[in-house]
Design a binder for this molecule. Structure first.
Ligand code: SF4
Length: 260
């Protein structure tokens, strides 16, 4: 898997995705719907894991791609999205990576380029991670549910974190947006109590925007199906968007982006 890939999306337009995690999926969640498959690499083994790309190489490559896009009309991109093959804040020195990417952007005088990150928020209890994210133009925080029970059941954190801790950390983020993966069946957000919890958290966090994305099958490894998990439809997405607008006066962006 290449570290940089151009992608196109309804709400980010043409953007450059940075995967700082190498070829293996590396995540501190094991979401029931993750189409990267199950999270198998032990978090306790990450220190000796040799598959992370070198930061200097990542930043040099970013500089090359950005430089050539600025020289070649029609090849521009407006956003660098740090996401990729799992949870990007697990990159060994995420703060240094963020600083080096920002410095490269400044060197190339590409102030029009937005640098954003997609995170599941597990790292938000770490001050260094929060302050790195606060240097970026936007942090998209995964928030599929507003209650602990559904969070544990379907996002399946692999650490002792809780939704409460993540929400607490999210309050320290300056440029916060919410990204929710919409699912169906037992994983649906639509039972009234579950919907209320989710809306309550969004109302409390006051994000800049809410992005609703479609959780689509096939999920994970088909040989390990998760009971009660069903793919959502465009209609599910738009119904949720309607509730967000009706209850919180927030116009969600909807799309099919599949990110951490
Ligand atoms: S969906 Fe994202 S947060 Fe969840 S397990 Fe997959 S990579 Fe991790």
């Amino acid at each position: 898997m290449k570290a940089f890939n151009f992608r196109e999306h309804e709400f980010l337009g043409r953007y450059l995705e940075l995967n700082p995690l190498g070829t293996e999926k590396i995540c501190n969640f094991d979401c029931a719907y993750c189409n990267l498959g199950p999270s198998t690499i032990k978090l306790s083994d990450l220190k000796k894991y040799g598959g992370f790309p070198e930061q200097t190489e990542l930043v040099a490559e970013f500089g090359r791609i950005l430089g050539s896009s600025m020289r070649e009309p029609g090849n521009e991109f407006e956003t660098l999205a740090i996401s990729g093959n799992g949870e990007p804040t697990l990159f060994p020195d995420f703060s240094a990576l963020v600083s080096a990417l920002l410095q490269k952007r400044n060197e190339l005088m590409a102030s029009q380029l937005r640098i954003v990150c997609f995170t599941n928020g597990e790292g938000l209890s770490d001050n260094a991670t929060v302050s790195a994210l606060n240097k970026l133009d936007q942090t998209y925080l995964k928030l599929d549910y507003g209650g602990e029970r559904a969070f544990k059941q379907f996002n399946r954190p692999r650490t002792r974190t809780s939704l409460e801790k993540i929400i607490h950390g999210a309050k320290s983020l300056k440029n916060l947006s919410i990204q929710t993966t919409v699912l169906s069946g037992d994983a649906s957000l639509e039972p009234p109590a579950r919907l209320d919890e989710w809306l309550e958290v969004i109302a409390m966090l006051k994000p800049n925007e809410v992005v609703l994305t479609l959780g689509q099958a096939p999920f994970r490894d088909p040989s390990q199906p998760v009971s009660g998990l069903e793919a959502a439809t465009e209609e599910d997405l738009h119904r949720l968007s309607h509730w967000l607008d009706r209850r919180l006066k927030i116009k969600a962006r909807v799309g099919s982006l599949d990110v951490a």
